[in-house]
Every structure is written in structure tokens, then in C-alpha cells.
Design a binder for this molecule. Structure first.
Ligand code: FAD
Ligand code: SF4
Ligand code: SF4
Length: 351
């Protein structure tokens, strides 16, 4: 344990909500500690393409906010860190144990990525939602903050190749978990959300059929920067021309223990459908929905705009998705308007 530190506020989570909270408080003169469990700040928003309903570039909103947070003198940032215990003291303050996990790379790292070229180990890249691979030593993603590499020690073969090539001499296998006691007056919890695991609904075929993807996988493909800059089917690299969206996948569904509405999937699907119309002008996009919940300012107009662009909206409940030999997907669904059971073929399905 190192020396105890004191702060006015502990913010848990360095996504857009945590960054905004930390920054607003710091600007008012409060001393803030921001704790993010991931390797970089930015949460989900730093990985999105554009944002509904304005279609502003998501990274262009997130990265200046994150940099301002990282630079502010009243904010101390701990990434790759978590809080282990919180205990309320008689004074009303909170005694907190902060745990910093080892990156095995020191802060001298310049983010040059020479180590990545030499590392022989390839595993799925969690920041690209497993669509591509990354090395066992890796800079999380191009606009990561901090832009410091980390070694995924569970997959590292300890070959030492990164150590030999690193010009900053920043590989450090001797790093261990660090615990720091802190005392704070207030705690803000801004830990965001996780994506629903679609394998919990096996009839959608996610994990079995490669051309059934998640919304974040599509979001990454729609970002106009590397590694994609292109929308392609994962199974064969074909450019899709008949894409289906399945809404409420894992939401409003008691059978998977999640009865509530996500409040975002209607709108981000409508957004992605519009972006696809631009990225793949020849493609048809069909959205299968139960209700369209366009409840915010400008949302209904945004939905009408998508319809005007030619996106087809079908009020229908998907019962089963199966794959054909050519990789296309057959969607069996209840057409709610007519009450009939129907089938439709698409070459890519986004849950
Ligand atoms: C596919 C998709 C598209 C979207 N498109 C749009 C859009 O176009 N427009 C729009 O307005 N919104 C959109 N959203 C919603 C938007 O992503 C969220 O509103 C936003 O990311 C919420 O930010 P947050 O900071 O609350 O949470 P998050 O982005 O989830 O960030 C939470 C942070 O907390 C960290 N954390 C978690 N647990 C802990 C812990 N125990 N200790 C420390 N840190 C922790 C996480 O690592 C993460 O960095 C979309 C969402 C999805 C899934
Ligand atoms: S020591 Fe580990 S991280 Fe470094 S190059 Fe070898 S496998 Fe990759
Ligand atoms: S660890 Fe070394 S080689 Fe790898 S990105 Fe950092 S400075 Fe470059």
C-alpha cells in the first residue's frame, strides 16, 4: 500500500458520462479522481461512427472531451484500475481501496507500435468486437487515451521479442498489482452498460452464423478509419446488398431476464440504416421492429428521414434465423400487420 490520498470526488467510469462529470466538477475547483477499468478513456462512444440524430462524428465529440479531462490539473486519472472496497467513515467520507492492474509497459511508451509488428501472438481484438485480430502486446486503438501499449499477459508467450525492439525501453515484466488507499467525500458511479450477449437467444444464430453481427460490430465497420473503412460480410468478405436489422434483440424480453427497453436500439438502427444507404448506395436495408420508440427531440423526424431514404420498416417479430449454403440468412417472422408467418432472405443480419 502507498500513502493515502484525499479527493473531493471519485468518479467511477471514464466513458462520456464519467468524463463530463469529472470535467464539470474540476472546472468548479473540486479535486477529482477518475477511475476507469479499461486501458483507455472514452467508453463506448469513442468507438461509434456518427451519432443520432445529428449525424455528428462521434470521435470528434469524444476525443476533445477526453483530452481535456486528461489534461485538467484538478483531475487524477487511473486507467486499467478498479475500486476494491468502499467503506463509509464516521466523518461521512468514504475510505476506498484503489487497485491498479499491471500493463507490463511503463508510461515511457510512445505508442509507436513497433512491438506489435514483432509479437508472434494473435488473438481477437476486443476493441473491434472480435472482427479482426490484435497482438498480445497492443496499443488498444488508434485514438486511445492514454496511448500506451499493454501486454495481455494471459496470451503472452514470454518470447521477449517486444523487449528487444522497444526503442523506449518500456517493457517491464516485473510490474505487479498496486493498491492505493484514498479518501473521498463523494462517489459518482458512471460505469455505463454492456452489450447484451446474443448467444443467450440461440434462435438468432449469433456465434453460429458469421453473417449475423452485433450493432457494435456494424458501428465499427461504419467508422471511416482503419481497420475497416468498408462494410463487408464477415463470412466471405462480400459486400452485402440486402441487410436486415432485428430490433429489441435481448430487450423487452422476460425470457432472457431483461424486460426493459434499451432506449437506444431503435434510434441507432435507424442511424446505421441511413449511414448504410450512403456507404452502400445499391443496398436494401430492412428494419424488423415491434414498436419504434423515437421519443427524443428530432428523433421522429430522423425516423421519417430514414423512410424517405428508402429504408423499409416491417412491424414483425423474428422467430428463427437459419443460414443458407451461400451464407445468406433466412428470417422467419410474424408479420404483425397481416398476422401471417413469413420468410425473407437477407445477406447480412444486424442484431
Ligand atoms: C451500437 C450503439 C450505437 C449507439 N449510437 C448512439 C448514437 O448514435 N447517439 C447517441 O446519443 N448514443 C448512441 N449510443 C449510446 C451511447 O453509446 C451511450 O449513451 C454512451 O456510450 C453512454 O456513455 P457512458 O459513459 O454512460 O457509458 P459507457 O460508454 O458504457 O462507459 C462506461 C465506462 O465505465 C467503465 N467501467 C465499467 N465498469 C467499471 C468499474 N467497475 N470501474 C471503473 N470503470 C468502469 C467502462 O469500461 C467504460 O469505459 C449507441 C450505443 C450503441 C450500443
Ligand atoms: S513477450 Fe509476449 S507480448 Fe512480447 S512479443 Fe513475445 S508474445 Fe508478444
Ligand atoms: S511498448 Fe515500446 S515498441 Fe511498443 S508501442 Fe510502446 S514504445 Fe513502441
Amino acid at each position: 500500500m502507498t500513502e493515502k490520498k484525499e479527493y473531493d470526488v471519485l468518479v467511477l467510469g471514464g466513458g462520456i458520462s464519467g468524463s463530463e462529470s469529472a470535467l464539470n466538477l474540476a472546472k468548479q475547483g473540486f479535486k477529482v479522481i477518475l477511475v476507469e477499468k479499461d486501458l483507455s478513456l472514452g467508453g463506448k462512444m469513442i468507438h461509434l461512427s456518427k451519432v443520432f440524430p445529428t449525424l455528428d462524428c462521434s470521435a470528434c465529440i469524444t476525443t476533445p472531451k477526453v483530452s481535456e479531462t486528461a489534461r485538467h490539473p484538478n483531475i487524477d486519472i487511473y486507467t486499467f484500475s478498479e475500486v476494491r472496497d468502499i467503506e463509509k467513515l464516521n466523518s461521512g467520507d468514504f475510505q476506498v481501496t484503489l487497485v491498479q492492474k499491471p500493463r507490463y509497459v511503463t508510461e515511457d511508451c510512445t505508442g509507436c507500435q513497433l512491438c506489435e509488428d514483432k509479437c508472434p501472438v494473435v488473438v481477437n481484438d476486443q476493441y473491434q468486437w472480435d472482427l479482426v485480430g490484435r497482438k498480445a502486446i497492443y496499443v488498444p486503438f488508434s485514438i486511445a487515451n492514454p496511448r500506451i501499449a499493454a501486454i495481455d499477459i494471459e496470451n503472452c508467450s514470454l518470447c521477449g521479442a517486444c523487449e528487444k525492439v522497444c526503442p523506449a525501453n518500456s517493457i517491464d515484466f516485473s510490474q505487479v498489482e498496486m493498491q492505493t488507499p484514498i479518501v473521498v467525500k463523494t462517489v459518482i458511479i458512471a460505469i455505463g452498460f454492456n452489450l447484451f450477449d446474443p448467444t443467450l437467444i440461440p434462435r438468432y444464430g449469433f456465434g453460429k452464423y458469421k453473417n449475423v453481427v452485433t450493432s457494435m460490430q456494424m458501428e465499427r465497420q461504419l467508422v471511416p478509419t482503419r481497420p475497416f473503412n468498408n462494410v463487408l460480410r464477415p463470412k466471405d468478405g462480400k459486400m452485402p446488398d440486402n441487410i436486415a436489422y432485428v430490433l429489441c434483440a435481448g430487450s423487452r424480453d422476460e425470457t432472457v431476464g431483461n424486460p426493459i427497453c434499451s432506449q437506444v436500439c431503435c434510434m441507432y438502427s435507424t442511424k446505421q440504416a441511413q449511414l448504410l444507404m450512403g456507404a452502400l448506395p445499391m443496398a436494401d436495408v430492412t428494419v424488423y421492429y415491434l414498436h419504434i420508440r423515437a421519443f427524443g427531440k428530432g428523433f421522429c423526424e430522423f425516423y421519417q428521414q430514414a423512410k424517405g431514404m428508402g429504408v423499409e420498416f416491417i412491424k414483425g417479430k423474428i422467430g428463427l434465423i437459419t443460414e443458407k449454403e451461400n451464407g445468406n440468412l433466412l428470417l422467419r417472422y410474424e408479420d404483425i400487420e397481416s398476422g401471417n408467418i413469413k420468410e425473407a432472405e437477407h445477406d447480412l443480419v444486424v442484431l
